[in-house]
Ligand binder design. Structure first.
Ligand code: ZN
Length: 715
């Protein structure tokens, strides 16, 4: 799973080839002294030399040889493969970590139109002669994980994206979804399928069918597989529908790890397990249903890409839906290993990617798994050559991400105390490469840190830096500079969630994007990758280099490169957004909060200035000062957490970021939701909590300020 933004790709390609002057960057690395920067760049030069695209092609071929869904024998075998590779590459403390969690497989699914004529969906995708993998009998039928079992026959209603406003619109047209089967589109507008399931359930639908419209990821976007990267008519987007925006991970163990013998909720007590039947469809098999809907024609924006006017129904299409799901408990395996740090081995820079795939998962997640293996191999090679980072670098290969972000969440819950104390940052790579366009999201303290790295890595095709390519694309889009090249609003949809929202660690996520219409279908396979996504495997290799530099810089920095002045600026802008978007009734409280944030920003600016002086001053920084400053810098993200979490979602501890139910990022979630619901008492409480959190953060910085000399004559 991956919370992706689809851009306008093809037409932007031309901007990549406009001339721009290449630059050689000799500035000090954020968080390093000049001497430290020189040493760091030396080791990074050695790392860059290890980039060999052929390695990634071999890994990807092996990883995508067979379907490997969580809980399958093949995915366990791949865990052993990753474990053995980690050992071969020289990682230490390599182990499999098992958790026992509810998995989800279809035993039988029937989607059958019984009126006005009989049509039975196969729920299968067609084979193409050029691609052997498209014929494999092991490929599962299309299904939505954690759908309930049941049986119903009911008329169909087309409900656009299946979001609340769509059902409201239907009501205005006189159509109530209650007791009917909702047929909805996957990605127009994009929202997480679990939210579609929750909405259909709340509105009383008898069942949910989610299909991929050709307008969204098929022939209306471009050539389809096997001639192009977009989804062919029979492609099916599988995917989980649990409500993991309430809490991710095992639906039966919110906030604690599913180690063997752990206490569990009963399934009916879980807030995240759906109570509705749901099945995904291709547009080939949704078409007969859509073609047999009468009633009013759809509003213009609801019209999809099939060649007839869509109607909302209900009926005459009537569907018999029957599901027999196996949602019982089974084992999953994370693979964890590390390179122990030479000076502060207890401090962990954690890196993760998931291994489980709905089918072959060439992009999602195997491109990321190949990049993780490359990262381990490259950093392992540096260790074999006699090098060792200052802090420990931890490598994690998660299981069951596609289910409920399960493996990473259980591990983060399992090691929460250790991570709260010693987790420097978490770096996530889910899908590493589906095209040439770099994208990254990070907490605001790490935005400029990431940008600096992109200025020092070359795009493999154009010879420009990754940064220059991003800049040209931004100018092509006429996007304002302020929106930033690194996304600093962090939502959910991948394995960074538990680290950000439960542990309150700084997080980074990154990947290369491109036209990609086969997400979660059987066509996300080796053929697709080697023809469309990254045929030369250069972006896989580039991702491993970017990832390696990111991990090494965090592991080696003299002073953590966390910029809290930038963070404060972001928080301040979020408060102003709330003020302008309905927050007027609590404006006195918000004004006070703005004042608090400005004060925090001022303190952070002062600390930044003093840190810069220390770093310019170089090797004479005392270890006592380094320890105090680094301790404080690590504490701030924790200060933004609140043990009681946000209202109605106590698992989500972070007060600055959470995800909306759609998975989109939500900033200042406690305040934002209270304002949206016009609950002014709660809004004031939430503003006060936020005020305290920012106050805590400021005190942390003030305390350390007293220990850092104001001028260069320090120690
Ligand atoms: Zn994924």
């Amino acid at each position: 799973m991956k919370n992706f933004k689809r851009g306008i790709f093809i037409c932007l390609m031309i901007f990549l080839f406009l001339p721009i002057q290449g630059e050689k960057n000799e500035e000090r690395i954020k968080g390093f002294t000049s001497e430290g920067s020189r040493e760091e760049r030396q080791i990074e030069a050695a790392l860059k030399k290890l980039a060999d695209p052929k390695v990634y092609e071999r890994h990807l071929r092996f990883l995508t040889e067979e379907p490997h869904i969580a809980g399958s024998k093949r995915n366990y075998d791949l865990a052993l493969y990753v474990r053995d590779k980690f050992k071969e590459f020289g990682l230490e403390q390599v182990e499999l970590v098992e958790y026992q969690v509810p998995l989800s497989f279809p035993k039988e699914i029937i989607v059958e139109m019984v009126e006005p004529f009989v049509f039975k969906a196969t729920l299968r995708e067609e084979g193409y002669a050029v691609d052997k993998d498209s014929f494999d009998s092991q490929v599962s039928i299309g299904f939505n994980a954690y759908s309930i079992s049941g049986e119903v026959t009911a008329p169909v209603v087309y409900a656009h994206g299946g979001n609340p406003e769509d059902y409201d619109r239907l009501l205005e047209m006189g159509i109530d979804i209650k007791g009917k089967i909702a047929l909805v589109r996957y990605s127009e507008p994009y929202s997480y399928r679990g939210f579609k399931a929750m909405t259909a359930q709340q509105r009383g639908a008898a069942g949910l069918l989610i299909y991929s419209d050709p307008r969204d990821d098929g022939y209306m976007r471009g050539d389809v597989f096997p001639d192009g990267p977009w989804g062919p008519e029979s492609h099916i987007q599988r995917g989980g529908i649990p409500f993991d925006f309430i809490f991710p991970g095992d639906p039966l163990t919110p906030g604690w790890a599913s180690i063997p013998g752990a206490k569990r909720l009963k399934p009916e007590e879980s807030e995240t397990l759906p109570k509705i039947m749901s099945v995904p469809l291709s547009h080939k098999e949704a078409r007969p249903l859509l073609e047999n809907l009468a009633g009013p024609a759809v509003p213009p924006q609801w019209q999809g890409g099939l060649p007839f006017t869509y109607h909302v129904g209900p009926g005459p299409a009537k569907v018999h839906l029957k599901l027999d799901m196996d949602n019982s408990i089974g084992s999953i395996w994370n693979v964890v290993g590390m390179i122990r740090g030479r000076e502060e081995p207890e401090k962990w820079v954690v890196n993760g990617n998931h291994r489980d795939a709905w089918v072959y998962g060439a992009v999602d997640p195997s491109s990321g798994t190949a990049a993780l293996l490359g990262l381990a191999q490259n950093l392992g090679q540096l260790v074999k050559d006699g090098y060792r980072p200052k802090r420990s670098i931890v490598f994690c290969n998660w299981d069951a991400e596609e289910n409920t972000l399960t493996g990473s969440t259980e591990w983060a819950e399992h090691y929460a105390d250790k991570l709260k104390k010693d987790g420097v940052a978490y770096i996530n790579v889910d899908s590493a490469a589906s095209g040439p366009f770099f994208g990254a999201a990070a907490v605001p303290s790490l935005g400029d840190f990431m940008l600096q790295i992109t200025r020092e890595v070359l795009d493999p095709y154009t010879g420009k830096t990754i940064y220059e390519v991003m800049e040209q694309l931004r100018r092509g889009r006429k996007q304002k500079e302020e929106t930033g090249l690194i996304e600093t609003r962090v939502g959910s949809g991948s394995d960074h969630t538990a680290f950000m929202n439960f542990v309150c660690m700084p997080v980074i996520g990154m990947g290369f994007d491109g036209p990609y219409g086969v997400y979660h279908s059987q066509y996300d396979d080796f053929y697709w990758m080697s023809h469309f996504g990254d045929p030369q495997f250069c972006y896989h290799a580039t991702m491993a280099t970017l990832w390696g530099m990111t991990a090494l810089r965090l592991a080696n920095a003299q002073i953590y490169p966390f910029d809290y002045e930038a963070y404060a600026r972001e928080i301040g802008s979020y408060v102003k957004e709330i003020l302008s978007q309905g927050g007027k009734p609590v404006s006195p409280d918000l004004d006070l909060l703005v004042g608090r944030i400005e004060s925090f920003q001022k303190t952070a600016r002062e600390l930044n200035t003093r840190i810069e002086r220390l770093l310019v001053q170089g090797n004479t920084i005392s270890s006592g000062i380094l320890q105090a400053v680094n301790g404080a810098l690590m504490q701030i993200e924790r200060d933004f957490g609140f043990p009681g979490g946000i209202p109605k979602r106590p698992w989500y501890k972070h007060l600055i970021y959470a995800c909306k139910f759609t998975y989109h990022p939500e900033v200042l979630p406690g305040v934002t939701e209270a304002v949206e619901e016009k609950d002014w008492t709660r809004a004031k409480e939430q503003i006060s909590l936020l005020d305290k959190a920012v106050g805590r953060a400021e005190r942390t910085l003030q305390e350390v300020l007293t220990k850092v000399p104001e001028n260069q004559s320090g120690e």
